[in-house]
Ligand binder design. Structure first.
Ligand code: FES
Length: 105
């Protein structure tokens, strides 16, 4: 497991989310309920971008909606809420001062 800097917290000011490639991982950083988390930005369906849209609340749950075919994913667990057996990978995040780090296998 390696720890890599992915960005800074002020990059979340504008949209509450941004994505970036780090060591061959396309990672979406987002802020929700004042918590900063990270999830794969690549849809497990056919590889569409997860972070194109902002977080939406559906049935009282915050979800990301993939741009390509509109599958939705729980932002907390990464599980797909509209299709069985698909799940986005979550990454551990650490914030130190202004910097955001992710842990990558
Ligand atoms: S590629 Fe994401 S829903 Fe199909």
């Amino acid at each position: 497991m390696i720890k890599k800097k992915i960005g800074t917290i002020n990059e979340l000011d504008k949209n509450n989310q941004f994505s970036r490639w780090v060591n061959d991982h396309d990672i979406l950083i987002y802020k929700h309920d004042n918590k900063i988390e990270a999830i794969s930005n690549i849809c497990p369906h056919f590889g569409g971008p997860i972070g194109y849209h902002e977080i939406k609340i559906v049935d009282n749950k915050p979800v990301f909606t993939c741009l390509w075919h509109n599958l939705q994913f729980c932002i907390k667990s990464g599980e797909c809420t509209t299709h069985n057996n698909l799940k986005l990978r979550k990454y551990n995040v650490e914030v130190e001062d202004e910097a955001i780090f992710v842990y990558i296998n």
